[in-house]
Design a protein around this ligand. Structure first.
Ligand SMILES: [Zn+2]
Length: 171
C-alpha cells in the first residue's frame, strides 16, 4: 500500500497561503464566501489575492527592493520584518472565482510608490500603506459584487436549466 500523501507538498494550501487564510478567517475578502460556512471543498479552492498585484510591485521580492532603497538606515532584520509586514497587509484570501475575475484589475498606485511616499518609523509606514490599500480592496469588492449579480442570475436562469432541463421545462 502506498504511503499517505504528505499534505505539505500541497503548496497552494500549506505553503505561503496557510497564514493568509488564517488571517482572513478563511473568508474570501472579496465576496465573503467561507468563514462560518466554510467547507473543505471551498477551502481547497481558496487562493491568495495581492491587493496590489505583481505588475505593480506587490510581491514580496519587489517589496524588499523598495524597502531596501527607502530605509537604508534600518538594520537588515528590521527591513526584512517591515517587508514581511507590508506583504501581509497586501495579501488576503480570495476564492478562485474572485481571484480570476479581478486578475486584470490594476490600481493607479504601485507598491514601490506607496513605500517611497511613506515616511516615518515602520509602524507609521505600515499604517499609511494600510490606509492606501483599503480603497483598492473596496474597489475590488464592488467590482466582484457587480459581476456576481449578473453571474448569479445567469446561473439560475441559464446554467441550472441546461443542467436539469426537465425540472425547468415550461409548464
Ligand atoms: Zn470570493
Amino acid at each position: 500500500m502506498a504511503a499517505p500523501y504528505n499534505h505539505k507538498q500541497c503548496q497552494s494550501l500549506f505553503g505561503y497561503s496557510f497564514d493568509v487564510h488564517i488571517r482572513s478567517g478563511a473568508t474570501c475578502q472579496l465576496c465573503g464566501c467561507g468563514g462560518e460556512s466554510l467547507t473543505f471543498d471551498l477551502w481547497r479552492q481558496m487562493t491568495v489575492e495581492h491587493i496590489i498585484g505583481k505588475s505593480q510591485g506587490g510581491y514580496l521580492k519587489e517589496i524588499r527592493l523598495a524597502v531596501a532603497e527607502c530605509f537604508p538606515n534600518l538594520s537588515a532584520s528590521a527591513r526584512e520584518s517591515l517587508s514581511k509586514e507590508i506583504d501581509a497587509i497586501n495579501t488576503v484570501t480570495a476564492c478562485s472565482f474572485c481571484n480570476s475575475t479581478t486578475s486584470r484589475d490594476s490600481s493607479s498606485t504601485s507598491m514601490s510608490d506607496l513605500i517611497r511616499n511613506s515616511t516615518g518609523d515602520p509602524n507609521q509606514v505600515l499604517k499609511k500603506i494600510s490606509s492606501a490599500l483599503k480603497p483598492i480592496l473596496d474597489r475590488k469588492r464592488s467590482d466582484v459584487a457587480w459581476k456576481l449579480e449578473s453571474v448569479r442570475k445567469a446561473y439560475e436562469e441559464n446554467f441550472l436549466s441546461a443542467l436539469n432541463p426537465s425540472e425547468h421545462a415550461a409548464g
